[in-house]
Design a protein around this ligand. Sequence first.
Ligand code: AMP
Ligand code: MN
Ligand code: MN
Ligand code: MN
Length: 311
Amino acid sequence: MAAGPLAEGRLVKCLVTSNPTSPTPTASLNTLNADLHCHSVVSDGTLTPEALAQRAAANGVQLWALTDHDEIGGQARAQQAALAHGMQYLTGVEISVTFAGKTVHIVGLGFDAQDPRMQAGLRATRGGRGERAKEMSEGLAKVGIKGAYEGALKYVGNPELISRTHFARYLVEAGVCQDTSEVFRKYLTENKPGFVPHRWASLKDAVTWITECQGVAVIAHPGRYGFSPNEEFALFSEFKAHGGQATEVVTGSHSPAEYVKYADTALEFGLAASRGSDFHSPEESRIDLGQLPPLPSTLTPVWALLADRIQ
Ligand code: AMP
Ligand code: MN
Ligand code: MN
Ligand code: MN
């Protein structure tokens, strides 16, 4: 699990540069301000990759990854902006997966963004979003909300990535709900009028695309899925069997009690740990870039596995 000497050297350089008074920089690996999960206009965020990079740097982020849903079109811009602001960068993506009848998200970090296998896999995953959005709009029309598809499209930066978040923004604009959380609760989750079940990639496919492109696969916000203990055990076991190496522990989607719970799960399954805000928008996100607590010191940070992939 430990990074090689050369790779560790890079991270140490990063730590020393940012914290010249630290006497034992390697001991601080866990306290590196890494934010390895957020979204831009390339998927369902409201800021450009450049504006996100500026915000992350202003908040003290040292190692950053942009992880748009099912799309890596923002990677070159994000990397360039990160380096311009003095941050180190890892390539990132958040892949939608169907597991045990639910949508699970798998973050990929440090993969080769030029690899055609990743690009083809993501293209196939994005495929059904347009049709699904039209069906969501039909469901909403049945309860009297007209024109939701056209309304959601106004918020979309990338038409292939039309998502529930864009519908939520339109329904707030239309005065149907006060905020996007209320829209999800009343209209966009299971058994609600705008919810359309969708078959995403398989867990095996997502983990395979990431690992065969030299990246590390990470289970995103495991506390969010509402799985039973048995289902969760299956998710972690199968993920690991497919070659997954890390789980998010400290994320904007977890409560402090869940940081503790998933720190234990990471240790139990021998997984490294990741940290990321899942920032989408200054107006909507509870946690800003770079503002989460550090990873518990008992865990191996995912960036220790990725030191030679850091740009
Ligand atoms: P989709 O990929 O179209 O199913 O949309 C999923 C996105 O909706 C997630 O990435 C979140 O950004 C957002 N989302 C899901 N559940 C909620 C919720 N309860 N409140 C606010 N946003 C949510
Ligand atoms: Mn999202
Ligand atoms: Mn997610
Ligand atoms: Mn996310």
